[in-house]
Design a binder for this molecule. Sequence first.
Ligand SMILES: *Cc1c(COP(=O)(O)O)cnc(C)c1O
Length: 403
Amino acid sequence: MSEATVDAQVTRSDFDQRTIVDAVRRAVGTPNGVLGLHEPVFAGNEIAYLEECIKSTFVSSVGPFVDRFERMLEKVTGARRAVAVVNGTAALHACFVLAGVEPGDEVISPALTFIATTNAIAYCGATPHFVDSSLETLGMDARALATRLDAIAQKTATGTINRETGRRIAAIAPMHTFGHPVELDEIAAIARDWGIALVEDAAESLGSTYKGHAVGSQARLAALSFNGNKIVTTGGGGAILTNDEELGRRAKHLTTTAKLPHKWAFVHDEIGFNYRLPNLNAALGCAQLEQLDGFLASKRKLAAAYQRAFADVPGVRFSREPKDTTSNYWLNAILLDEANADRRDDVLAALNDAGFGARPAWTLMHKLPMFAQSPRGDLSTAESIERRLINLPSSASIRSRDE
Ligand SMILES: *Cc1c(COP(=O)(O)O)cnc(C)c1O
């Protein structure tokens, strides 16, 4: 046995996947069957609103629930305008178009994200440009962003360009990972300094706050998702948030086939998208949003229970909300110490065998074949997070053991 091997074993001697399973059990008890990663909760007016919707025959692209859902979203987030769309990916796509992203541009985004962020950039004919993530927020690292721009960006008469590729950098797209807000002030300041548009992927962070404001409420453009696994679901759905009235009008126009209002004539003044959310889905969304405060409270209790359960477990730490923020704790996450990273799959297997639907982080975007050639800065922190992050069951319906 080499000295190096002995060394590694010594560092890991007190690490065992059973201690992780025990900690999860201490937090949430022994599951009755399988505890999924994130399951929806329908405990309010869902059936009543859906029935009302069907009886009205307005199940599709127009109807009162769409307006009601949008007004509720504005109230919940504090954003001046919310525009409901078919899913979060469509919301992101429309946000990038509204931000002026064009074919041949680059958009700076994290490598540690769900595929939707990156696909939406590609739908514009643009190229994602990956920067590193922060261990604190799990989202885009403001310092890595600044360092990367200092290394490759140059201001020109037509905007900021990447000197290495000659392409314009049209937007910066941070994502609030698992509900933890990014360092928004710092990232927004960098975007402002370079004259680059900021588009927030807030798909996972409805209900999270940054310095006292709801995430997305200060944004020129932010995207939400109401997929079945998000904190609030419409079955499938999303929304564009903006504080700019004019942009809000454009968002509605662009996502509803760019049709000019008229009693009978079909006149469209640009190539729009059929991205509007059906009334049926909006009805579900209204019932869900009524329960958001309760979902947030349940999820905070669950996160606190995990945090307590993992406080004294060696070799691992619970990912807490970053300072100056409240996270919606959409998905709870633990990070194994780097020394135990090669045990991640053992831990995942043990948790799943015990009935806990634990999952790894997404495969980093630059490791996927479509984006392997995309420009990128140093991604060592994102790679480290990918190696050792585990998401734990996080549904709002899960009761912690001490409740
Ligand atoms: C869920 C999600 C989206 C949007 O996904 P849809 O399924 O299209 O609603 C976008 N970005 C991130 C990071 C997400 O988690």
